[in-house]
Ligand binder design. Structure first.
Ligand SMILES: [Zn+2]
Length: 272
């Protein structure tokens, strides 16, 4: 399942086709949205933004199309009118003079005015978006010390979009490794220095994954391995999906276990 960085890259790809362009034609598969389609037609698309794992297509005049892909939804960007080869059902389409952005199979699509965004049941539960440049380490440190979150295991907390949004399973293992803490520890077990290291890693690793298209390993190490011809899958992460392989820092074998129902990878030496 895509995580925050992948959803943001998808938003960037759609924005490239739509931003600053007039939506000549807007279409929804759901009959209750057809009046909205008429209302949105002729408006400029001003932005395409991700909010955690949801996407907002923002139109001039304060209107937004909210979509959440869940497991099956998929966006395609094509030359106008060209349909991709897929057996999926088209659910939402925006056509500009030259391009079409087409959302297939997603079931959660809504049209919302700007002032409704804060009240939306999914959006209002989201913690700060780690990919937003406005979110600083201090805000993450504060949340780790907040009574709502301080007593929960880090393994569960880092997957909770209400704590911070944009993290997912591979980022969780990588963040815990970089900050030298274990998934069973709770924020209240950590020193101020550990909380600071964890908050920094939450931001650094997530933004690195966005910038480097899913790579969380040290950028220099990744480049060195790439130059040696090592495939991406084997140089991409510090520990995630590397069970039995030597830790990149200490050489001890990386281990795998379940944490909060998802697979977790860790180094028993670095994260003791
Ligand atoms: Zn290690």
């Amino acid at each position: 399942m895509p995580e925050g960085p992948e959803i943001r890259q998808e938003a960037d790809r759609i924005a490239k086709a739509l931003r600053g362009k007039v939506a000549d034609e807007v279409w929804f598969a759901f009959p209750h949205l057809s009046d909205h389609a008429c209302m949105l037609q002729g408006r400029e698309v001003i932005a395409v933004e991700s909010r955690g794992k949801a996407l907002l297509t923002r139109f001039e005049g304060g209107w937004n199309v909210y979509s959440h892909n869940q497991l099956y939804g998929r966006w395609y960007v094509t030359a106008r009118g060209k349909e991709p080869e897929t057996n999926r059902q088209l659910r939402f389409a925006v056509h500009t003079a030259k391009r079409s952005a087409l959302l297939y199979s997603a079931s959660e699509i809504e049209v919302l005015a700007d002032e409704e965004l804060d009240e939306h049941p999914f959006l209002r539960k989201l913690g700060p978006d780690i990919l937003s440049a406005r979110v600083r380490p201090a805000a993450v440190r504060k949340r780790l010390r907040d009574a709502r979150f301080a007593g929960r295991s880090l393994g569960a907390l880092l997957l909770d979009q209400g704590f911070v949004c944009g993290l997912g399973n591979y980022l969780r293992s990588e963040i815990l490794f970089v900050s030298n803490v274990d998934a069973d520890q709770r924020p209240k077990d950590l020193s101020d220095a550990q909380v600071a290291a964890l908050a920094d890693a939450v931001i650094t690793i997530t933004r690195r994954a966005y910038k480097l298209k899913g790579v969380t390993n040290d950028p220099d190490d990744n480049r060195r391995l790439q130059a040696e011809g090592v495939p991406r899958s084997q140089r991409r992460h510090f520990v995630f999906a590397r069970a039995g392989k030597p830790c990149r820092l200490c050489g001890v074998k990386v281990k795998k276990r379940e944490s909060a129902g998802r697979r977790l990878y860790w180094c028993p030496a670095c994260q003791s």
